[in-house]
Write a protein that binds this ligand. Structure first.
Ligand code: CAA
Length: 241
């Protein structure tokens, strides 16, 4: 039977690339989305991947959404990719409290919500692959991203803890830390800043979505069973640790 995979924020940007790659690799994939109904509809028409709308920052919505996904896919979730994320960039001295709360809720609380709902079935089955999407900026910080960097750094600590809890149950829990990837999110950065960032990437360019999706496929593989608690840099050499 095909393995099932659920990707949050899975209909655009990096998430869409991950959903498509898993689908092409033979997984039975579900893509969650919240904003962008038109994009989600188009994504579904192009790929045939079923799409599910709910807000991952709300626990009850995750319970309901995941139940719907399992019913559609006909089984529990084998591979969970927590990719959903937003930015509300601003210097801290100008940051609105709502911009702090929004980014922490969508980028970090969502990871708790999704894992909390799905982990019991993975423990029962004694198999699971959880891949949480952090960021280079969760490791190094970035001007204007105290909210985003806090959430993305939080994901790494969460991942390591859940990896330890799950290690004896056949479940691996890893995070990936993408650098700057060409998507709508990075397109929104002011041109002069974008150029300054690009100049600091040793590979000399922003990354591509497929370069992230490829790493997710690797971590999702059954054979990657000895890799857990890792935080994998995928950033063109921008920040090495
Ligand atoms: N390093 C050091 N200082 C910097 C800097 C940097 N990279 N960028 C800006 N500054 C300094 C500026 O020189 C300026 O200093 P002064 O006040 O002394 O002149 C100060 O910080 C304020 O900068 P701005 O003039 O740009 O301030 P602003 O209020 O107009 O804009 C901002 C603030 C919106 C945060 C803007 O700086 C910005 O967009 N920064 C980029 C944020 C970023 O990288 N976002 C990533 C989005 S994509 C993503 O998040 C995906 C991922 O995982 C990588």
């Amino acid at each position: 039977m095909k393995k099932t995979a659920l990707v949050t924020g899975g209909t655009r940007g990096i998430g869409a690339g991950i959903s498509k790659a898993l689908n092409e690799a033979g997984y039975s994939v579900a893509a969650n989305y919240n904003g962008g109904a038109e994009t989600a509809k188009k994504f579904h028409e192009e790929t045939g991947i079923p799409v599910f709308c709910w807000d991952v920052s709300i626990y009850e919505s995750c319970e309901k959404g995941i139940a719907e996904v399992c019913e559609t896919l006909g089984g529990t979730i084998d591979v969970l990719v927590n990719n959903a994320g937003v930015t509300r960039d601003s210097m801290l001295h100008k940051m609105a409290p709502e911009d702090w709360t929004k980014v922490i809720s969508v980028n970090l609380n969502s990871v708790f919500n999704m894992c909390r709902v799905i982990i019991p079935s993975m423990r029962d089955k004694k198999f699971g692959r959880i891949i949480n999407v952090s960021s280079v900026n969760g490791l190094k910080g970035q001007v204007g991203q105290s909210n985003y960097a806090a959430a993305k750094a939080g994901i790494i600590g969460f991942t390591k803890s859940l990896a330890l809890e799950s290690a004896s149950k056949g479940i691996t829990v890893n995070s990936i830390a993408p650098g700057y990837i060409s998507t709508e999110m990075t397109e929104a950065i002011r041109d002069d800043i974008k150029e300054q960032i690009r100049a600091g990437i040793p590979v000399g360019r922003f990354g591509r979505v497929d370069e992230i999706a490829n790493a997710v496929l690797f971590l999702a593989d059954e054979k990657s069973s000895f890799i857990t608690g890792a935080a994998l840099n995928i950033n063109g050499g921008q920040y090495l640790q």
